[in-house]
Design a protein around this ligand. Structure first.
Ligand SMILES: Cc1cc2nc3c(=O)[nH]c(=O)nc-3n(C[C@H](O)[C@H](O)[C@H](O)COP(=O)(O)O)c2cc1C
Length: 263
């Protein structure tokens, strides 16, 4: 099952999708996830909304990692995030394009979700955040509404290539048309995702869109897919075509006492 992606060898075509704030699930947070990914010899995608700093996660082991972020209104902050990711040795950046605004998470509304005091966005510590508010008890929805640039567009993907030499993977694509434009704008990979059903209601299952996107990519860039994959054997469901896709898993990899066990 071993394969390589962007020139890096991994033990299986299954990688870890970016998920925010792992300390909500386990006191060691993203450190535990990074250790587990390194042990499994696969790639972890670190969310920019990480509860451990980029440097802390980097110190967790020799694993290969990608860094995910969104386009902030403050482009200076975007540039600093990319520079920190490069400095920490991340091998690619993942730009999430399907969450300019967070979906209405009714459980969060009902439970009046706020962050526990000991869980903060560590990724941003030490960066010059200008007028950007740090996320505090007000929660993710208010934070995203105030900080993320809802007007970002394809030209931002081109713009990123002027500030980094890392490959840019675009996450949140489910149509051939968007895949085509992303590739034309220089995307080095397409991550098919409906955000695990957390953003827009009534989006199709990603696997039902896989064929059109794979056909459009036509081997020019790798295609990754997430949302709803739960078992190792799900890999084979994505393989009816000649090309081999890579699977990302989100919920399955939320840190738990088992992933936190030392290797
Ligand atoms: C708790 C949680 C937090 C997430 N945080 C992020 C994030 O910070 N950035 C991002 O691009 N996607 C985020 N996602 C979406 C995942 O990257 C992924 O698209 C989704 O979980 C895939 O579906 P699955 O959970 O069915 O595997 C998050 C998902 C979950 C469940």
């Amino acid at each position: 099952m071993s394969t390589s992606i962007l020139g890096y060898r991994i033990s299986m075509p299954i990688m870890i999708a970016p998920t925010a704030l792992h300390k909500m699930a386990h006191p060691e947070g993203e450190l535990a996830t990074a250790r587990a990914a390194a042990t499994a010899e696969t790639i972890m995608t670190l969310s920019s909304w990480s509860s451990c700093s980029i440097e802390e996660v980097n110190s967790a082991g020799s694993g290969i990692s990608f860094f995910q972020f969104s386009i902030y209104k403050d482009r200076n902050l975007v540039q600093q995030l990319i520079q920190s990711a490069e400095k920490a040795g991340h091998k690619a950046i993942v730009l999430t394009v399907d969450a300019p605004w967070l979906g209405r998470r009714e459980a969060d509304v009902k439970n009046r979700f706020t962050l526990p005091q000991n869980v903060v966005l560590k990724t941003f510590e030490g960066l010059d955040q200008g007028k950007t508010d740090k996320m505090n008890g007000s929660g993710l929805v208010a934070y995203v509404a105030s900080q993320i640039d809802r007007s970002f567009s394809w030209k931002d993907i081109k713009g990123l290539q002027t500030v980094t030499s890392l490959p840019v993977l675009v996450k949140g694509i489910i149509t051939a048309e968007d895949a085509r434009i992303a590739i034309e704008c220089g995307a080095a990979g397409i991550i098919m995702s409906n955000h695990g059903g957390r953003q827009l209601d009534y989006l199709p299952a990603t696997i039902s869109c896989l064929e059109e996107v794979v056909r459009e990519a036509n081997g020019r860039v790798p295609v990754f897919i997430d949302s709803g994959f739960r078992r190792g054997t799900d890999v084979f469901k994505t393989w009816p075509w000649e090309l081999r896709e890579y699977l990302l898993v989100g919920r399955c990899c939320s840190p738990s006492p088992s992933t936190a066990r030392p290797a």
